[in-house]
Design a protein around this ligand. Structure first.
Ligand code: URA
Length: 225
């Protein structure tokens, strides 16, 4: 079977090749304005099904499966990363590669294993070649994450990495400037830290990530006091 235009573009995108497509020759992109809105009252099963069948952006053409999120739906800690990588796309679970193992260790160090926290990503589908999410992709996925945040109602959100922090806080500041202080998403406290993949490359920064986790822990303890 011949590849669709979306598949061809996703493939060229994965190779980092820009293609010029005449406006009238382009296959229509999935129109997110026409996509079913996420019902405000969607429960976990409804939301999970909506994500599993999502065609709001072109990433649906290249994914193996969606990566919904994992963990305790009543968690105190909600961890939000960028997007699934190759291993996550294969297994359908966020943060299961090398970076995920480091994230697990970091969370265990503050008493929040994978089963106690809730872990999700800005995007539920893997961008080809692990490129950064495009604005239309994160916009298309936003309602799913918002409903997840609403249902978990965490005491703290930990945004891991530049992309998650910038998109959640609508900022273009670097992580180094956003970490180390307390932010809010609505009325939920939010702490920014380095992405574990970056920490694998720059282990000397692990100390700062530890400080960020301690800040998050102090916020929760302050809320309990
Ligand atoms: N990086 C992320 O930001 N999320 C994952 O799920 C895996 C790697």
């Amino acid at each position: 079977m011949l590849p669709t235009e979306h598949q061809r573009r996703a493939y060229l995108d994965a190779l980092g090749i820009d293609v010029w497509v005449p406006r009238d020759a382009a296959e229509p992109e999935p129109d997110i304005a026409d996509a079913e809105p996420v019902p405000e009252s969607a429960d976990w099963d409804t939301l999970r099904d909506a994500v599993a069948g999502c065609t709001r952006c072109a990433l649906c053409e290249s994914r193996t499966q969606t990566v919904f999120g994992v963990g305790n739906p009543d968690a105190d800690w909600m961890i939000i990363g960028e997007a699934p990588g190759a291993e996550e796309d294969r297994r359908g679970e966020p943060f299961v590669g090398r970076a995920g193992k480091l994230l697990d260790e970091m969370l265990r160090a503050v008493g929040q294993g994978r089963d106690r926290a809730f872990i999700a990503n800005i995007l539920k589908c893997r961008p080809p070649n692990n490129r950064d999410p495009k604005p239309d992709e994160s916009a298309a996925c936003r309602a799913y994450l918002e409903r997840q945040i609403e249902m978990v109602a965490p005491k703290i959100i930990l945004a891991v990495g530049r992309i998650a922090a910038q998109l959640l806080l609508d900022s273009d500041a670097p992580v180094g400037r956003m970490r180390g202080s307390l932010h809010h998403l609505g009325d939920i406290p939010l702490v920014v830290t380095y992405h574990p993949a970056y920490l694998l490359r720059s282990p000397t920064q692990k100390r700062k990530a530890w400080d960020d986790l301690c800040l998050a822990q102090r916020v929760i303890e302050g809320a309990r006091a």
